[in-house]
Design a binder for this molecule. Structure first.
Ligand SMILES: NC(=O)C1=CN([C@@H]2O[C@H](COP(=O)(O)OP(=O)(O)OC[C@H]3O[C@@H](n4cnc5c(N)ncnc54)[C@H](OP(=O)(O)O)[C@@H]3O)[C@@H](O)[C@H]2O)C=CC1
Ligand SMILES: N[C@@H](CC(=O)OP(=O)(O)O)C(=O)O
Length: 357
């Protein structure tokens, strides 16, 4: 087993930060060393700074840690920094951490479009870690690097799409409609008077993120390993809505394949057989398999399926012929586990396995 790595959590008091605490409190190779948040929280014991919203209690090992301001100097003895920072501040703080030669795993949107930053969903494109050598050269770093994970809805979408792309070749058109949980908006998030008894058919910037990020993630690393080639001929159209669910984003997806339609049974088989590098490496947080397939007529459902394989798998069901495109299906992703902190932690485990940390 690799030696223990010291980790810092930025935005440790937030919705994603609290997931990081739960995932890392008893981790076999990562040990929580420092917690960071805003001036509101800095100087307080974690238990007094956080508005804890998880069903499990705050781990005892973390409750008394004093929260620090997110000053890179204060995190320089960390091997790894996980960021659950608000996007308004994540850009500058994460860059300062990178310049301290730290391995930074970000959940924020700020660097996802940067051509030198891999956008990695751990059960989809862990091969994009090979861009790090180039990124380190650009930044004149030997140990540090910056990886982002995807928008939570994008994360759910690309897992089954990767399985289908590997099996049936390029997809020309993808139409996705999301029903996103309120925890996706952080805390305190969407006002109760807006979301109870209601559906809000707009989440600012979300559709553009899905349409861009899916093509970066499903694209290839160039042969010289110095850039990523986005999917050239795939059009993604997203409509994103907010629904009164606590955790778990449900998505309805229709796909057209460039080389002709597979059958429904072929699609089920491919989804059931899909595996990723993360399980083969034996990573601690890797799900037994990246996709849980359900053949029940009324599944997946957020309340019943979001904890499947500890929230690290995407549940896919209702595969049918699409009369407009080729195939349609429904998926469910846990937005704060695989859609956020869980992806970062698994990405970091992969990076350790690859000798990058
Ligand atoms: N929720 C989700 O499902 C997903 C979220 N993300 C992304 O993850 C990030 C975190 O989201 P989420 O946890 O929902 O957000 P929250 O609003 O719940 O938490 C934000 C965190 O940022 C900290 N923060 C705010 N301002 C500052 C500052 N000036 N300096 C230092 N820290 C600051 C807060 O600290 P304090 O408590 O002290 O104010 C808090 O810890 C965002 O970038 C979001 O877009 C990505 C995928 C999914
Ligand atoms: N916008 C997502 C959560 C999120 O913060 O996404 P991103 O990291 O892409 O900004 C949601 O509302 O469910």
């Amino acid at each position: 087993m690799a030696s223990t790595k010291k980790v810092g959590i930025l935005g440790a008091t937030g919705t994603v930060g609290q997931r990081f605490i739960l995932l890392l409190a008893e981790h076999p190779i990562f040990s929580i060393h420092a917690l960071g948040a805003s001036a509101r929280s800095a100087g307080k014991a974690y238990k007094d700074a956080v508005r804890w919203k998880q069903a499990r209690p705050i781990p005892e090992s973390v409750a008394q840690i004093t929260v620090k301001p997110c000053d890179a100097e204060l995190f320089k003895d960390c091997d790894v920094v996980f960021s659950g920072l608000d996007a308004d501040v994540a850009g500058d703080i994460e860059m300062a951490m990178l310049k301290q030669n730290i391995a930074v795993f970000s959940n924020a949107k700020n660097y996802r479009r940067d051509p030198s930053v891999p956008l990695i969903v751990p059960t989809v494109n862990s091969d994009h870690f090979d861009l790090i050598a180039h990124q380190r050269k650009l930044n004149k770093l030997d140990k540090g690097f910056l990886i982002t994970n995807a928008n939570c809805s994008t994360t759910g979408l690309v897992v089954p799409l990767k399985a289908l792309q590997d099996a049936f070749g390029p997809m020309s058109h993808i139409i996705v409609n999301t029903q996103q949980a309120i925890s996706g908006a952080g805390y305190p998030g969407v006002p109760s008077l807006d979301i109870l008894d209601n559906v809000v058919p707009h989440i600012g910037g979300e559709e553009e993120k899905m349409e861009f990020e899916a093509c970066k993630i499903l694209g290839d690393l160039a042969p010289d390993k110095q850039s990523l080639v986005h999917l050239p001929e795939t059009i993604v159209s997203a409509t994103c809505t907010r629904v009164p669910v606590l955790d778990g984003h449900l998505e309805t997806v229709s796909v057209k394949f460039a080389n002709g339609a597979p059958s429904v049974e072929q699609v089920y088989e491919v989804l059931e057989k899909y595996t990723s590098e993360a399980e083969k490496m034996g990573c601690h947080s890797a799900p037994q398999k990246p996709i849980v397939v359900t053949r029940e007529a009324d599944r997946p459902q957020p309340r019943l399926d979001r904890e499947n394989l500890k929230g690290q798998a995407v549940t896919v069901g209702r595969v049918r012929k699409c009369p407009v495109l080729d195939i349609k299906f429904v998926l469910l992703v846990h937005n704060t586990v695989l859609g956020a902190a869980g992806s970062s932690v698994l990405n970091a485990e992969i990076a350790v396995f690859k000798g990058l940390i």
